[in-house]
Design a protein around this ligand. Structure first.
Ligand code: AMP
Length: 284
């Protein structure tokens, strides 16, 4: 496994691999790798000849300086995970490599970034889309792997790739969960014991909404109510949003007649968690 820190070197290594007819997969991450990341990486290793994992905590996607500074950095552990799973190249650029001077050009996502997290984290998806576009240009991969855990991020990237004709195939990967249903996230470590004990109620709420959809309910207010009923029982959870949105455009719907996602963000103490489930009506 090679660890590369410059754009010029990663570009050259990837071009060489592709000239040899090898298929290259990219897994963009911010490090602090857990079993969720590992699943994305393993999928790329299984499907591609060379897998590039990028490790970069992207300053321009954080709304709060404190959140950026507190983001966990576990370099040795991350390299060990990559090595174990069979990664060929780790791309770990410095801030100076990625942002050598003040940026004058950004990728500004449209309506897809308006609702859900976009409402509460101004500028976040612009930062995400911009850094992912930069990574796609540095690492000219055939495929790039993204988790459904961050469903709006995935939709932002898919629309960017389609709108801007980027030559990379986006591969969505299902959310990886702890045994009690909590979606894996580096933020889970920051939960207190009581908050961690309360956290499964988020997925339980989403499953209640999903069950109502599966039983044929199509009015969103009743679908939301099913989730809210479950989550209201947990005092430690402060819900930021719970929405049912079109699975592609991320626009809220009132009536379900196509693929949707039920998505939420909630605060447990000072930790903000997000989660979602997908639903596709059949034969209607
Ligand atoms: P991050 O390092 O948090 O930016 O995440 C890097 C990638 O891993 C993103 O595509 C995430 O959606 C994905 N990811 C993070 N947590 C999970 C999870 N629990 N299940 C599946 N994918 C995940």
């Amino acid at each position: 496994m090679r660890v590369i820190t410059t754009i010029a070197q990663v570009r050259e290594a990837v071009r060489e691999a592709r000239c040899d007819g090898q298929r290259v997969g990219l897994v963009p991450t911010m490090g602090a790798l857990h079993a969720g990341h590992e699943t994305l990486i393993a999928r790329s290793v299984a499907e591609c000849d060379v897998t590039v994992v990028s490790l970069f905590v992207n300053p321009i996607q954080f709304n709060q300086k404190e959140d950026f500074e507190k983001y966990p950095r576990t370099w040795e552990h991350d390299l060990a995970v990559c090595e174990r799973v069979g990664v060929g190249l780790v791309f770990a650029p410095s801030n100076e490599e990625m942002y050598p001077r003040p940026m004058m050009t950004y990728v500004e996502p449209g309506a897809v970034a308006e609702h859900l997290c976009g409402r509460f984290r101004p500028g976040h998806f612009r930062g995400v889309a911009t850094v992912v576009a930069k990574l796609f240009h540095a690492v000219e991969a055939d495929r790039a792997y993204f988790g459904e855990k961050d469903a709006q991020q995935l939709a932002v990237i898919q629309s960017m790739v389609s709108d801007l004709n980027m030559a990379v195939e986006i591969v969505p990967v299902a959310t990886v969960r702890e045994v009690d249903g909590v979606a894996m996230s580096s933020r889970n470590e920051r939960l207190s014991t009581a908050e961690r004990r309360a956290a499964p109620v988020l997925y339980a709420g989403l499953l209640a909404a999903l069950r109502r959809l599966e039983r044929g309910e199509r009015e969103v207010r009743w679908v939301r109510e099913a989730a809210l009923e479950v989550m209201e029982r947990e005092q430690l959870v402060r819900l930021e949003y719970l929405e049912v949105v079109d699975a592609v455009t991320m626009q809220p719907v009132e009536h379900v007649d196509g693929a949707v996602r039920v998505a939420l963000a909630a605060w447990l103490g000072r930790v903000r968690l997000i989660d979602n489930v997908g639903f596709v009506p059949h034969g209607e």
